[in-house]
Design a protein around this ligand. Structure first.
Ligand SMILES: O=C(O)CCC(=O)C(=O)O
Ligand SMILES: [Fe+2]
Length: 516
């Protein structure tokens, strides 16, 4: 699962470098072989021509007679050996050896990267043609996609049962195919996927039209012939039902079930994505009440080194601290995390087991205080800034998000029904979250709170802090939040989750407005 993390993806470039070297080596060896054969062919031709000029006199020379026989025996054998010699074999063997050492992406990675791209397309409302041109939000980032590249994206979507994106990408593939001089795929393959997905999306007339186009190119296409019969029956049935006067169309099932309606009564997904695009502007009635200050929070250490504290929201209180993790600490933490990275997991609310899920795509690692003084220093800073103890906190969790990496809306605290969640820790629920941003993100990757319309843009060196629980210990539903998919760049964060135990006399009054 390399695609889940940008740090791992860098290693793929090393793999590619080796493949390029190997391929060039193979081409050179193959060329040397061909050159040798060409030389042989020329030698044969020269001697043969000489002999043909005067056959009698040529063969009357015993040396010539001997050479002719030799040419057709041992020399020719040598040629045949060269011809069957599989020059590529040893190069392939070399690559096979490297498979154990170097990172190679799997089919699952290809699928993950394709799904990530379609997720970005949806969240950031990117139109297919622009993405195919290598543009993201109007900025040219990469080379264009060929018809074959678009076809492969469509095929991956198709394999996931995602007909919506199949239609988008196959349509684009078709358009690119027409414009391509060196064709990178075949029109009939595109049409086959496009027709069937169009049918699945409910447009049988267009599916039929596309299938007819396919049959114009390949009249004996078995699946197309079968589908055509099926589509025609479908159309006939629908027109009969219409004549009878009843509505033949099935009730359209929406898969946009509002999971948790927010205060605007829009499906949470729409609100979440709107905030990811940073489209929402906080009304002045709220933003005008937010303050910035240098604070020491009554802490002796911080009195000497005050921190910049900014209110991002008041109820629940969300605070941003600027410049609270330093570049050398960030470098150390990244270095420690990289070899420990695992695909991030989530807790199954029924079983309490940890498992991977598509709604959380990133790699994460846990770092103990004693791994490096920088880890201890960062934890200590959380304590100094919040006035809470980190004795009962979880280890520092380091997260790196790769292509389209994200974490959909969730709570950091365990809900009542998840009574097993933090049981083994024996430190109670996650009272607060301290989230360090260890990188800027050029596009995407905001932390958003859909219930209260807050979006935080990652800023390297800054941190966000909020309480997940009311003073009563009850979870604060307004702290529901998400990490938006990364559009361009790499996103690094570290989480310090503070727990209830040990905070009994520490949760400072000044930090929260709610007394519930
Ligand atoms: O990466 C982010 O912005 C938020 C991460 C988060 O919510 C989490 O790891 O629980
Ligand atoms: Fe979270």
């Amino acid at each position: 699962e390399l695609y889940t993390c940008l740090a791992d993806m860098e290693e793929l470039l090393e793999t590619e470098a080796l493949l390029i070297r190997t391929l060039n080596g193979y081409i050179q060896a193959e060329e040397e072989k061909l050159q040798m054969l060409r030389r042989h062919a020329a030698d044969y031709a020269r001697e043969h021509e000489e002999a043909s000029e005067d056959v009698q006199s040529y063969l009357s020379n015993p040396i010539n007679a001997y050479l002719l026989v030799k040419r057709l025996t041992t020399d020719w054998k040598e040629v045949e050996t060269q011809m069957v010699d599989d020059v590529g074999k040893v190069f392939i063997q070399n690559i096979t050896k490297f498979r154990d050492v170097l990172k190679f992406p799997s089919d699952e990675d290809l699928n993950g990267a394709a799904v990530a791209l379609t997720r970005l397309q949806d969240t950031y409302k990117l139109d297919t043609a622009s993405v195919a041109r290598g543009e993201l939000n109007g900025i040219q980032y990469s080379t264009e996609l060929s018809a074959g590249d678009c076809f492969e994206l469509g095929r991956q979507s198709y394999n996931n049962g995602d007909y919506y994106h199949t239609v988008l990408w196959m349509t684009e593939a078709l358009q690119r195919y027409e414009d391509e001089n060196n064709k990178t795929t075949t029109k009939s393959d595109i049409l086959e996927y496009l027709a069937f997905s169009t049918y699945k999306e409910g447009n049988v007339h267009r599916a039929l039209k596309l299938t007819n186009e396919l049959l114009d190119i390949v009249p004996s296409h078995q699946r197309a012939l079968g589908n055509k019969v099926y589509y025609l029956q479908d159309i006939e049935k629908a027109s009969k039902e219409q004549k009878r006067g009843d509505d033949g169309t099935a009730a359209v099932q929406s898969d946009q079930i509002p999971v948790a309606e927010n205060k605007q009564h829009l499906p949470e997904r729409d609100v979440y994505e709107m905030h990811c695009r940073l489209e929402h502007i906080m009304p002045a009635s709220i933003s005008s009440k937010l303050k910035c200050r240098y604070t020491s929070n009554g802490n002796a250490f911080l009195r000497l080194a005050r921190v910049k504290e900014e209110e991002a929201y008041l109820k629940p209180l969300i605070l941003i601290y600027h410049d609270v993790i330093y570049d050398d600490e960030i470098e150390t933490i990244k270095k420690l995390a990289m070899p420990r990275f695992k695909r991030a997991t989530v807790q199954n609310s029924k079983t309490g087991e940890l498992e991977t899920a598509n709604y959380r795509i990133s790699k994460s690692a846990w770092l103990r205080d004693d791994y490096h003084p920088h880890v201890a220093a960062v934890n200590r800073r959380v304590e100094d800034i919040t006035g809470l103890t980190v004795n009962t906190a979880e280890e520092l969790q380091v997260v790196n998000y790769g292509i389209g990496g994200h974490y959909e809306p969730h709570f950091d605290f365990a809900r009542k029904e998840e009574s097993n969640a933090f049981k083994s820790l024996g430190t109670g629920n996650r009272i607060a979250t301290f989230l360090f941003y260890m990188s800027d993100v050029s596009q995407g990757g905001a932390t958003v709170f859909p219930q209260i319309n807050v979006a935080l843009r990652p800023e390297k060196g800054a941190a966000a802090f909020w309480y997940n629980l009311h003073r009563s210990g009850e979870g604060d539903m307004d702290t529901r939040h998400a990490a938006c998919p990364v559009l361009t760049g790499s996103k690094w964060v570290s989480n310090k989750w503070l727990h209830e135990r040990g905070q009994e006399f520490k949760r400072p009054c000044g930090l929260t407005f709610d007394t519930a």
